[in-house]
Design a protein around this ligand. Structure first.
Ligand SMILES: [Zn+2]
Ligand SMILES: [Zn+2]
Length: 246
């Protein structure tokens, strides 16, 4: 079964309309397409839901369509009647109370770590994983979105050593918490389509730690445009035994 549950549109920061994404998914032979707008970017959630339901009815028999949400967990967004919730962390809250987006731009990351962590990237990374674990333990979501999103800029603008012992310890601790939660983890190819790195979230090492603990995965493209709905799926489709939300 071909599916994607992490899909953005012009309702948030995507380039294609929801209908353009559906048409592309049908052309690509998808069985299921799930939408997951950013919870804090959609101006009118009712209009978003209504449009996805309209498309589900219009294309019934050709493709199954689900209406999910990519929730900014630290805003306390409630699941409501969405078909599923992807829990994501795009903002970090520092010990000084400052909250900043660390994945929007490289400058945003640099400025945030300078202003709120005294330039200490290791302290920032420890805070990131602590926050990620808090989300996994406490937030009501079905899927953990891009679990190691902090790697986004680390290929083009390296700022930490992914083979360091302290980093691996964070991965192990986080994998333990994810396994205990029973939640699904997405293998997210979004950084490949957008040219940030030639790898998925989580890293192969992190995926192995999760797999050893019995964590189940879904494959997602985090697509922001019709042509990237299945980006690198051929590379990653055989990497895990994926489950589905539909
Ligand atoms: Zn995201
Ligand atoms: Zn996303």
């Amino acid at each position: 079964m071909i599916s994607n549950f992490h899909t953005h549109t012009t309702f948030c920061d995507g380039a294609g309309t929801a209908e353009q994404m559906v048409v592309s998914a049908i052309e690509k032979g998808f069985d299921v397409l799930g939408f997951s707008s950013h919870s804090d970017m959609v101006k009118d959630l009712d209009a978003y839901k209504a449009e996805i339901r309209r498309l589900a009815a219009k294309y019934e028999g050709k493709i199954r369509i689900l209406c999910g949400i990519e929730a900014e967990y630290d805003t306390g967004f409630k699941r409501g009647d969405f078909d599923y919730v992807i829990g994501s962390t795009h903002y970090i809250t520092a010990p000084d109370g400052g909250r900043f987006a660390f994945d929007a731009t490289h400058d945003g990351l640099l400025n945030g770590v300078r202003d709120h962590f005294g330039g200490d990237f290791v302290a920032f990374l420890h805070a990131y994983f602590a926050q990620e674990r808090e989300m996994v333990e406490k937030y009501d979501c079905d899927v953990i979105g891009h679990l190691d999103l902090v790697r986004k800029f680390n290929t083009k603008f390296p700022y930490f050593d992914e083979s360091a012992d302290w980093y691996r310890e964070e991965l192990v601790k986080t994998a333990d918490v994810v396994a205990a939660s029973g939640r699904l983890v997405e293998v997210n190819t979004g950084a490949i389509s957008r040219g940030w790195m030639d790898d998925a979230y989580p890293s192969a090492e992190f995926r192995a730690l999760l797999r050893e603990r019995g964590v189940k995965f879904i494959l997602s493209s985090d697509s922001h445009a019709p042509d990237t709905l299945d980006c690198a799926f051929d590379r990653f489709s055989a990497a895990e035994s994926y489950v589905t939300l539909a």
